[in-house]
Design a protein around this ligand. Structure first.
Ligand code: SF4
Length: 167
């Protein structure tokens, strides 16, 4: 399948929407996540709010689901962000799509503990075609010899690659 070589994770789908350069850096193993204070805050928030759930479900070493509600068939994704982003939605749509390809019907929910809000996610008409398109674009980007150009600084706020890109 297209998402196997290179391996396309849900995080990569999210980065595709946030910044193509971020996607390239991450996919090419230039990772700064461990040094990002925001990532640490996200982990703390997630642990505090959802500590009693079965967490971090790894499927095929491809997608990592924060937790799965087996009763409702719902994929949960926890976002530390205090804003809603298109990439969050497509990350979860990708999880639903991936599970569907494995013969499992699921829905999705994005949990924003800082906002105390939840968003429901489902595959709509045309979404599967759009996912195939964006997976193809992701493959093209990550196979590029050099990283895409920087985005503007608004996009960079809170990015774990900020110092890498701007210092
Ligand atoms: S700092 Fe900005 S340009 Fe660099 S990867 Fe992050 S979002 Fe993209």
């Amino acid at each position: 399948m297209i998402f196997e070589n290179p391996r396309i994770t849900g995080v990569m789908v999210n980065y595709y929407f946030h910044c193509k350069r971020q996607l390239w850096l991450f996919a090419n193993q230039i990772t700064m996540e461990h040094s990002s204070e925001l990532v640490l805050i996200g982990k703390i928030l997630s642990d505090a709010f959802y500590k009693n759930r079965d967490r971090d479900i790894n499927i095929d070493n491809m997608i990592m689901i924060d937790w799965f509600d087996f009763d409702g068939g719902i994929v949960h994704e926890v976002k530390k962000s205090d804003s809603f982003e298109e990439g969050h939605i497509w990350q979860v749509k990708y999880y639903i799509y991936y599970l569907k390809k494995k013969g499992m019907n699921a829905k999705g929910k994005i949990n924003y503990p800082k906002l105390r809000r939840e968003i429901y996610v489902e595959l709509g008409v045309g979404d599967e075609e759009k996912i195939v398109e964006l997976l193809n674009e992701i493959v093209e980007i990550v196979r590029g010899e050099i990283p895409p150009v920087k985005t503007n600084r608004v996009e960079c706020k809170g990015c774990s690659y900020f110092e890498f890109c701007w210092s």
